[in-house]
Ligand binder design. Structure first.
Ligand code: NAD
Length: 387
């Protein structure tokens, strides 16, 4: 792995305050490789709690702000003001915060879903292009090295022609109405905060993005979706959904999105079936990729080994055998965001043109997929054209 050569990017966070689910991994990932330096933040919906938390993180107290509006305004006046911001707030705020950040010429790393509608996502894309700024979206599992191996295997024809794509992200943590006690789950099942879907956007878009990385040559032509609220109080939002998708080359895919898969810890799987062989990856054992050639014994490929394609070794920090996990995957992703941002500053490192990271198009596609799934499901589970 190439260690960072340039000075760290001056970085802030909106949301991700004390006790939040996802704030800590953003900070761990961004700070891991000295790519970013945390210099400001508006961490919490409760201004006083957010400011205190920023001070506890070691920020200059004047740069721990009560809200993002005052942070963007004050930082724009400073010669050493922030250059990038991560947004780790509930879904309903992403569009407004992302837009305000781009209008202040900041690079943005936004949580998924990027926003609620394709029209909003198109607006953010146009704004990011007009301002020459990166929008990254934290589909964190894409930072696992074996995802790069899977992408290279498909590109090199190791599986033959791709026929079937079998995806799921189906955990069991919300099998009962845990939202009655847990505020992090409560907003997820309220359309005012979560948007038009619960599990489709919350979990289903993760394997969807992995399939886009591994199979960049496939384009969804149409889909059909059925969604259910097994915990009745969650209606109209679903806690389980099944989506069937056809690609324009005749291949077929399905995604099972669920929070009520009782007993399952995470349950995110990607299985790609080709005419000669299949590969399978589970996020609970991310350092292994199963390679199954028809008529031969199954091979388990291991992270960090010489037999992998070079693309799967770019992010290797320590060599094979040492287990890596989600925190390393996120750090790899933040490193790529940093490289993409540096590229726009005229400091492009070698290989920038090959950099694979979830940018604004990935955010847009996630929103498009959810929008189409909801459209299909709410019309009774009919086929809908994708574009
Ligand atoms: P959470 O409810 O645990 O935490 C939300 C945090 O945002 C809290 O600290 C809250 O005070 C703060 N906040 C809310 N509104 C704010 C505002 N206007 N300004 C500043 N701070 C504000 O939520 P979470 O589970 O951490 O989820 C946050 C986002 O991250 C969601 O969009 C969710 O979909 C996403 N998420 C992504 C992943 C992933 O794998 N990429 C995993 C979990 C959550």
């Amino acid at each position: 792995m190439t260690e960072a050569k340039n000075r760290p990017i001056r970085w802030a966070m909106v949301g991700g305050g004390r006790g939040s689910q996802i704030g800590s991994i953003h900070r761990s990932a961004a700070l891991r490789d000295n790519t970013f330096e945390l210099v400001a933040g508006a961490f919490d919906i409760d201004a006083a709690r957010g400011r205190a938390f920023g001070v506890d993180l070691g920020l200059d107290p004047v740069r721990s702000y009560p809200d993002y509006v005052s942070m963007f305004a004050a930082e724009a006046e400073r010669p050493d003001g922030i250059e990038a911001v991560s947004i780790a707030t509930p879904n309903n705020t992403h569009f407004a915060i992302c837009k305000a950040a781009l209008e202040h010429d900041l690079h943005v790393i936004c949580e998924k879903p990027l926003c609620f509608t394709v029209a909003e996502a198109e607006e953010l894309k146009a704004l990011s292009q007009a301002r020459g700024r990166i929008v990254g979206v934290t589909y964190g599992y894409a930072g696992h090295q074996m995802i790069e191996q899977a992408r290279a295997m498909v590109r090199n024809g190791d599986l033959g022609e791709i026929r079937i794509v079998n995806l799921q992200f189906a955990h069991g943590f919300h099998s009962a109405a845990v939202e009655e006690q847990n505020p992090s789950t409560r907003w997820r099942v309220d359309p005012k905060f979560a948007g038009p879907s619960y599990v489709l956007g919350d979990v289903g878009t993760h394997p969807l993005y992995l399939s886009e990385v591994i199979l960049p040559h496939l384009t969804i032509k149409r889909l059909m979706c059925a969604r259910q609220s097994f915990v009745k109080s969650r209606a109209p939002l679903e806690d389980n959904a099944v989506t069937l998708m056809e690609y324009d080359n005749g291949a077929i895919a399905n995604i099972w999105s669920s929070a009520v898969n009782a007993g399952s810890m995470h349950g995110q799987k990607v299985r790609i079936v080709g005419s000669k062989a299949s590969i399978e990856w589970w996020d609970e054992r991310p350092n292994q990729l199963s390679f199954e050639i028809q008529g031969e014994p199954v091979r388990i490929l291991e992270r960090g080994m010489d037999y992998l394609y070079p693309q799967a070794r770019i992010d290797d920090r320590i060599g094979g055998g040492h287990p890596e996990g989600l925190f390393e995957a996120w750090a790899n992703l933040y490193r790529r965001f940093g490289l993409a941002i540096s590229g726009t500053r005229g400091l492009a490192p070698e290989g920038l043109e090959d950099l694979v990271f979830p940018g604004v198009d990935a955010g847009l596609e996630g929103v498009r997929w959810v929008e189409n799934c909801v459209r299909s499901a709410d019309a009774g589970g009919i086929w809908v054209d994708y574009r």
